[in-house]
Design a protein around this ligand. Structure first.
Ligand SMILES: Cc1cc2nc3c(=O)[nH]c(=O)nc-3n(C[C@H](O)[C@H](O)[C@H](O)COP(=O)(O)OP(=O)(O)OC[C@H]3O[C@@H](n4cnc5c(N)ncnc54)[C@H](O)[C@@H]3O)c2cc1C
Length: 450
């Protein structure tokens, strides 16, 4: 057992920022050496998994960024205890495939399979999970091994409930996770159904859906006044699940659409023509791929890769109280129309959203107090995006949006501090104990966590 309370040591002499430096340790000893007091790594030190977060939480512009993707070993799969233990750099896709070979799956469903175990544990990672028993990847992490800011190892498990809940979604500020153990379960088939509705119709059902235990994901097209709903529930009679239709769906959404839209942005000069074309292609993809082919699945089969989407798209995610989302969905439609009329910028990809059940297993959980809807706005167009996300952040704040440190662009520190309030105070106190010399704290994170 290790004490968590480190003394402010001054053992790390002020180092002139000589970064940015990137290191990719392939074994624990090398990772440890980077953190040890004698290390010559410029500070601060930030950890990065797949690097898919939308903000600067995973880089250190002046110090050292530690890339964990070479720590990529699955240590054990325990079918009896229904757990898997893996190093932090293992990609979700690798984990899912290895589990499937043993007839097991992750408890939830998570898109973007190139994410790492470390990134999915240290940041909110969610998807269209069914049920109300933990909607984040980290909710199912039952033990972790970490290196503290001074390089000393530490193990945390479910016996230390409060500590474990602080380390889930800790953005690498309490230490570097090098190994995690997750709860898994036998593969279970769900029934999937798809609906196409107007935004007003969606507004009338979203609260009921959010309160139920159905897993859902939606695609919202504000300029067409359309919502495509992907609903998932466990069914006694779901039949076999085949991965091919899900792969086709994933390919359509995450590879074909961004690719075509990038080309259209280059070759079609008239915005009205271009956007009409893009919206029609989006609708056709949703209609064909979602409605006709995909009727059941498993968490293993239904995981989308979206690697290419991560490379091709800009995105910003905000979470909104599910109880108010009927108003917010309509307001978002109006916001998009008004912003386009004023700035001539609009997103070319549909926005998408997930239900987040109430989940207090992490201190910084976005749905700590109540069920939320996570709304992700995405676009392939860089020109105008930075201004757009400022307007989007204003819209989100006005509608009670909760910022996600790793995914909401143009965050305002005061808003973050106000929203997370007492939970943030607790986390900050613990952070100061765990990292008294601020070795793991970048200027970006210091805005909220110092
Ligand atoms: C196109 C696109 C779509 C997305 N859609 C979704 C979505 O649907 N749902 C969703 O939840 N997220 C989504 N994301 C966001 C992103 O995938 C998540 O935030 C994910 O959990 C980050 O995993 P990563 O491995 O990329 O971590 P990174 O982005 O590299 O890091 C995320 C945070 O975790 C910390 N960290 C990483 N590894 C460690 C470690 N070993 N120890 C300690 N701290 C660590 C980093 O310092 C950083 O603060 C999307 C991203 C993109 C690009």
């Amino acid at each position: 057992m290790f004490a968590t309370n480190l003394k402010k040591t001054g053992a790390y002499p002020q180092q002139k920022p000589t970064g940015p430096v990137e290191r990719e340790p392939s074994h624990l000893k090398a990772l440890r050496q980077l953190l040890e007091p004698g290390s010559r790594c410029p500070l601060p030190i930030r950890t990065r998994g797949a690097g898919s977060a939308a903000t600067d939480c995973n880089t250190s512009r002046a110090g050292t960024t530690i890339n964990t993707t070479a720590l990529d070993r699955i240590i054990s799969i325990d079918a009896h205890d229904q757990t898997v233990t893996a190093q932090a750099g293992v990609r979700l896709e690798t984990l899912v495939n290895a589990l499937a070979e043993e007839g097991l799956e992750l408890v939830g469903s998570y898109d973007l399979q190139r994410r790492t175990v470390g990134g999915a544990t240290a940041a909110p990672c969610f998807g269209p999970s069914i049920g109300n028993n933990g909607c984040y990847f980290s909710s199912h992490v039952v033990a972790m091994k970490i290196l503290r800011s001074d390089g000393q190892p530490m193990r945390i498990d479910s016996q230390q409930k409060n500590l474990l809940s602080a380390f889930r979604m800790s953005f690498g500020m309490l230490g570097i996770i090098f190994e995690a153990t997750m709860r898994v379960r036998p593969i279970r088939t769900f029934a999937a159904s798809h609906r196409r509705v107007s935004i007003d119709k969606f507004a009338t059902v979203v609260d009921t859906l959010a309160r139920s235990d159905v897993g859902f994901k939606f695609y919202l097209m504000p300029y067409r006044d359309r919502v495509y709903l992907d609903l998932r529930r466990y069914d006694t009679d779901s039949g076999n699940a085949y991965s091919a239709p899900w792969k086709l769906k994933d390919w359509g959404e995450s590879t074909v659409l961004p690719h075509i839209f990038k080309s259209l942005n280059r070759v079609v000069p008239i915005p009205s023509v271009k956007y009409r074309l893009m919206d029609s292609i989006s609708e056709a993809t949703q209609g064909l791929v979602n409605s006709k082919f995909v009727t059941n699945g498993t968490n293993a089969a239904a995981q989308s890769k979206r690697n290419s989407a991560a490379r091709r798209c800009f995105y910003s995610t905000w979470c909104f109280p599910a109880a108010n989302f009927s108003m917010i969905a309509r307001a978002y439609r109006d916001f998009c129309a008004e912003t386009y009329a004023r700035t001539r910028y609009r997103c070319d990809m549909p926005a998408n959203g997930y239900r987040l059940c109430r989940d207090a297993r992490s201190i910084l959980s976005p749905s700590f107090d109540e069920p939320m809807i996570a709304l992700t706005t995405a676009s392939t167009q860089s020109r105008g995006w930075d201004d757009f996300v400022i307007d989007l952040a204003e819209f989100a704040e006005k509608w009670g949006g909760l910022p996600v440190i790793s995914q909401s662009r143009s965050l305002r520190a005061e808003h973050v501090i106000q929203t997370y309030s007492k939970r943030l105070d607790y986390f900050r106190r613990l952070r100061r104990q765990m990292d008294p010399d601020d070795r793991l704290l970048s200027p970006f994170l210091a805005q909220f966590f110092q």
